[in-house]
Design a protein around this ligand. Structure first.
Ligand SMILES: Nc1nc2c(ncn2[C@@H]2O[C@H](COP(=O)(O)OP(=O)(O)OP(=O)(O)O)[C@@H](O)[C@H]2O)c(=O)[nH]1
Ligand SMILES: [Mg+2]
Length: 510
């Protein structure tokens, strides 16, 4: 018969496994959802985060990562925990790769190294301690190149942080927490991992009074940095186990208790959840940026439009009116001449020819001038509109269909003018007298074009917004579904709390 504790453990493991699967699917979904957008944004950041989150869930182990200045004793601490000198230790900058140390029954006591990629190696060791405490969840102790050690792999260690579950920041008691270290620790805190501070090389200071002072200073600094919520601190010596006050065993016990804690599975799940939180934040920021960009485009369009509809239109109206009064005058003149010619002895055809030739000479000339002005003005309007766009630091392409729409704005007034001349020439009276209406139709055409353009832009903006909202809604729903599905199934209170926090956070963001 299995003990209750055992059953519970297995149930937790099962649930953990199921949630892990869910998170994996979720990551995949988000990846699909945003794959196109990532390319469009030209930003590998979101992709890297997704990859890190995916790597973390795929690795069914708790990653405890040792970071800190070179020579602080990170490798020595891992050796002390493992109980053998499996990692190289030296006074000079030593560790130049990320090394994941894990237990394997088949491995030799002093370890067996394999290269995982250019920056990461795996060291399998046969360690009773690692084996014993890897029952619930496999543990990996991760050694990293020291800060300031001059290894180019420092950047790689940085890229690795998001994958880890617990970070052990290691410093040496001789110069514990200098400014550089403080900066780095603050930076690491941004990753929102579980932090532990180990102040190593306790044996280097012999005066109790001095040790007390350092302890006080470190605790005070940490409390200040973390606003009172200080991470656990251990003062250790990894080489002199016998010296008084050495908290190496306490540190070991703390790690053991963390591993025994049922919450450990949840801690493991929290890493990818945090990464997903970050991704949602990132996407929200991008969306805001895009919205601002759309605003800018809209404003630009309004300015262009105001110019076209203001300055140009006034000018156009003035010229129209001038032309209309010219036309009225010419028509009056024409009518006078008709009356005058009516009583004259002559062939009707000759009379009409005479009348229209005269009308054409006077008014037709005005139409020609007007058309010339119109073509030139439209050219200028286009140029001026382009200038406005450029002044706003934008490209014509930024405004949807901008150039082609502008090109088509020129109404066919010029053609109407030519139509008119043709009408005179062909003596098409109906066309001729219906012509004045044509001007107003032309005018209405500008208005129609303008309206179509504004409608088009408004629709574009609306569509884009709708699409974004839908994508975010889907993302939120996926996260929510995922969390909700498991709240009922899971007896893991800790995860429940974390999940609720996640929802709250998500609600804040979205
Ligand atoms: N006195 C004393 N020396 C220690 C202690 N821990 C480590 N050392 C020594 O400090 C030096 C550096 O130790 P490492 O473990 O290589 O330090 P590290 O942080 O891994 O350094 P990098 O790999 O270069 O980043 C070695 O000479 C160790 O023997 C300690 O607790 N006390
Ligand atoms: Mg090292």
């Amino acid at each position: 018969m299995m003990e209750t504790g055992e059953t519970e453990k297995l149930r937790s493991l099962d649930t953990h496994e199921a949630i892990r699967e869910e998170i994996k699917n979720l990551i995949e979904k988000i990846r699909c959802l945003y794959e196109e957008r990532v390319l469009e944004w030209g930003d590998g950041d979101i992709d890297a985060r997704l990859k890190n989150a995916a790597k973390n869930v795929e690795d069914p182990a708790l990653l405890v990562c040792f970071v800190g200045k070179y020579n602080a004793g990170k490798s020595s601490l891992i050796n002390a925990l493992v109980g053998a000198r499996v990692l190289d230790v030296d006074i000079n900058p030593t560790t130049d790769k990320i090394i994941e140390v894990e237990h394997a029954d088949s491995a030799p006591k002093d370890g067996e190294k394999t290269r995982l990629d250019e920056h990461i190696a795996r060291l399998r060791v046969n360690s009773d301690w690692l084996k014993h405490h890897s029952q619930m969840l496999k543990i990996k102790l991760v050694d990293t190149p020291g800060i300031d050690g001059g290894h180019q792999d420092e950047a790689t260690a940085e890229a690795y942080y998001p994958r880890t579950d617990i970070i052990v920041f290691t410093t040496s008691i001789e110069q514990a927490m200098n400014i550089k270290e403080e900066e780095h620790l603050k930076h690491i805190a941004d990753y929102k991992k579980d932090l532990i501070l180990v102040v190593n090389k306790l044996d280097m200071i012999h005066s109790f009074d001095e040790i007390r002072k350092v302890k006080e200073r470190v605790r005070h600094e940490m409390s200040r940095m973390f606003s009172g919520v200080t991470p656990p601190i251990f003062f250790t010596s990894s080489v002199r186990t016998d010296i008084p006050g050495n908290e190496l065993e306490k540190f070991r016990e703390y790690l053991e208790s963390t591993l025994r804690d049922r919450g450990i599975l949840n801690k493991k799940l929290r890493t990818p959840m945090n990464a997903l939180d970050d991704i949602v934040k990132f996407i929200r920021a991008k969306k805001d940026e895009e919205e601002q960009d759309i605003d800018r485009k809209e404003r630009a369009w309004k300015q262009v439009n105001a110019y076209m509809m203001g300055h140009f239109r006034n000018e156009l109206n003035r010229k129209y009116n001038g032309l209309l009064s010219d036309k009225k005058e010419s028509l009056d003149n024409l009518i006078k001449q008709i009356y005058y010619l009516k009583d004259k002895e002559s062939n009707d055809d000759v009379k009409v020819d005479y009348l229209f030739d005269d009308f054409n000479r006077t008014y037709g000339q005005r139409v020609k001038e007007f058309n010339g002005w119109l073509e030139k003005s439209i050219d200028e309007v286009c140029k001026e509109a382009l200038k406005i766009v450029n002044r706003l630091g934008m490209q014509v392409d930024d405004i949807p269909h901008f150039p082609s729409q502008l090109e088509h704005v020129p109404l066919r007034v010029g053609d109407k003018g030519r139509d008119y001349e043709d009408a005179i020439r062909s003596r098409n009276r109906k066309k001729l007298f219906g012509w004045s209406i044509g001007w107003f139709v032309g005018d209405r055409k500008i208005e129609k074009k303008r309206k179509a353009l504004v409608d088009y832009i408004e629709k574009e903006v609306e569509e884009q917004n709708k699409e974004e909202e839908k994508a975010l809604e889907r993302l939120q729903k996926n996260l929510r579904d995922h969390i909700m599905n498991h709240l009922g199934l899971s007896d893991m209170e800790y995860f429940k709390e974390e999940a609720e926090k996640s929802i709250e956070k998500m609600d804040e963001i979205l």
